[in-house]
Design a protein around this ligand. Structure first.
Ligand code: NCD
Ligand code: ZN
Length: 337
């Protein structure tokens, strides 16, 4: 048995419409708080789109705390951001480099053009969440994260020293070092980047369900992530980057990037800490570090989890005439009682 606070997921994609209803229901079961991403088909760049999305989700929500993000690009308006911030309609903004990932074609191609926005965020204490990949034609996708640190993140950190930054879904030792070495920056880590590497991803058969951005890295990077997460280091916390795509869009010619992990992520994370005899750091990774990074409060009631063997995992969850593919790694399942 393990007792932990009900966890928080500081990076998750709910999508929109009926799919969002289903994914939100699953999130209500697993989490006390989620920070949700704004890369909808029409990205949430203004108050009209935000209000519509808020209405839809809040209507279908039970008791989960939802933190909303704005999709930051050159079309955003400082005036509107300021008004929405005063009304507490959103919590953070998300920066997507143009074409780095799913629904990022309206992302930013030159961060220097975003100076006035960074100044606004810094002055108004709005956290900046960053997809940290530098994307350029013919570059090696395995090098994108490192290149982003050297070019973009270094520049942002230097020019906006009081801006709170979250480097999302980190996958490399380089990112761990960068985060450790700089002030006011924390990082989210996903379940699949902790548990998988290039060998498990495509060393034998290629597993399209594991295709995501940033691409899963080799065992050396994976071990560095595992080490820092197990240590309970205060700058690293859970953000699943759970990103549902329909099975028909994953098991096909052009596989979409994104791993849907919500259903079993907490069970997998508990098992990972349990096997490494670090259960005492679970609350840090799943609840405390993220809330401290963002200066947020959280529910302190503890939940008990029990380990089950011979559990029948559901590989697919039905959605309309299609399915979502549930990510799971371990054979044991931790159920809450
Ligand atoms: C995410 C998605 O599908 O929205 N995909 C992914 O591969 N991680 C977007 C993102 O966070 O990069
Ligand atoms: Zn994401």
């Amino acid at each position: 048995m393990i007792k932990i606070f009900k966890p928080c997921d500081f990076h998750v994609h709910l999508r929109e419409g009926d799919l969002a209803k289903q994914v939100l229901a699953e999130n209500n079961k697993q989490f006390q708080k989620i920070l949700i991403m704004p890369n909808l088909n029409i990205p949430i760049t203004n108050s009209k789109l935000l209000n519509k999305y808020r209405k839809h989700l809040l209507k279908n929500n039970k008791n989960l705390e939802i933190l909303f993000t704005i999709y930051l690009n050159q079309n955003c308006s400082i005036k509107e951001l300021s008004e929405m911030k005063k009304k507490k309609l959103f919590f953070s903004v998300k920066l997507y480099p143009k074409n780095a990932t799913t629904n990022s074609s309206s992302g930013v191609s030159d961060i220097k053009k975003m100076t006035k926005f960074f100044e606004f965020l810094e002055k108004n204490e709005v956290p900046l969440c960053v997809h940290g990949e530098h994307v350029q034609f013919n570059d090696d996708p395995f090098e994108r994260e490192k290149k982003f640190l050297d070019i973009e993140l270094h520049w942002i950190r230097k020019n906006f020293p009081n801006l709170k930054i979250t480097l999302e879904h980190i996958t490399t030792k380089d990112s761990i070092d960068f985060v450790k070495q700089h002030n006011l920056i924390g990082a989210t880590v996903t379940t699949h980047h902790l548990l998988e590497n290039t060998y498990t991803f495509f060393g034998n058969h290629l597993k399209p369900e594991l295709f995501c951005k940033p691409i899963i890295k080799n065992a050396k990077h994976q071990q560095a992530l595992q080490k820092v997460v197990l240590s309970g280091h205060k700058k690293f916390f859970f953000g699943s980057d759970s990103a549902p795509h329909l099975k028909s869009k994953k098991f096909t010619e052009f596989c979409c990037a994104g791993v849907y992990s919500t259903k079993y992520s907490i069970s997998n994370i508990i098992e990972f800490f349990y096997r490494n005899k670090k259960q005492s750091n679970l609350d840090k990774f799943l609840t405390l570090n993220g809330n401290n990074h963002y200066n947020l409060d959280y529910y302190r009631e503890k939940i008990t989890f029990r380990r089950n063997s011979n559990y029948k995992f559901k590989r697919f969850s039905k959605f309309k005439n299609d399915h979502l593919i549930n990510y799971n790694f371990y054979k044991n399942f931790w159920s809450s009682i």
